[in-house]
Design a binder for this molecule. Sequence first.
Ligand code: ADP
Ligand code: MG
Length: 200
Amino acid sequence: MRASRLPAVKTLGQFDFAFQPSIKREQIESLHELGFLDRRENIIFLGPPGVGKTHLAISLAIAAAESGRRVYYGTLTALIESLVDAKAAGQLSRRLRVLTHPALLVVDEIGYLPVSQDGAVLFFQLINARHERASTVLTSNKGFEEWGGVLGDEIMATALIDRLLHHCHIVNIRGNSYRMREHQNLMRSASEQRHEEAVL
Ligand code: ADP
Ligand code: MG
């Protein structure tokens, strides 16, 4: 756990399924039984900001760590930065080995920040190295058709997606941001209040 660089502790128990009805509870619970790790399958969480993609990716990583497996977390940007730095230092193959080793790698936030051309190539190498060796859990606010734009290369994005989807669970989340829920309640009560005033 300490070496995993998880940004927060988020567990399955803390996840409110009632708030996000587009998520199938049974699917998420069965993924937390971790059979996908033995089968070297990937998981991709897709959806707009705030719907719980990072939360569920982290809770899977925690479950995996608790089962004694090695896990590692990074945003796409941070992982690529570490690969670019390693390459500049002549340590690329070593860094690729380190990132290929964990039974579970979380690649968070694909799509928020653009990736340099060199960075995209290094990320492709990483996914290629992990393909059918170990599981990767990815999150993105962008649909697959937009990954070419994120990675700056349509053909490489297609090859990357092809590998990722070969053995993969896709969890498509449609719904409201959990971060905004209190705000929504405030807005609702304000508009209800206005409505009541208007009726009065
Ligand atoms: P995303 O990665 O999809 O942008 P996060 O997973 O970071 O969203 O969720 C935003 C915040 O809301 C986090 O603090 C997360 O723990 C919380 N959260 C999101 N969805 C739920 C949910 N259904 N139940 C409980 N907490 C949630
Ligand atoms: Mg997130």
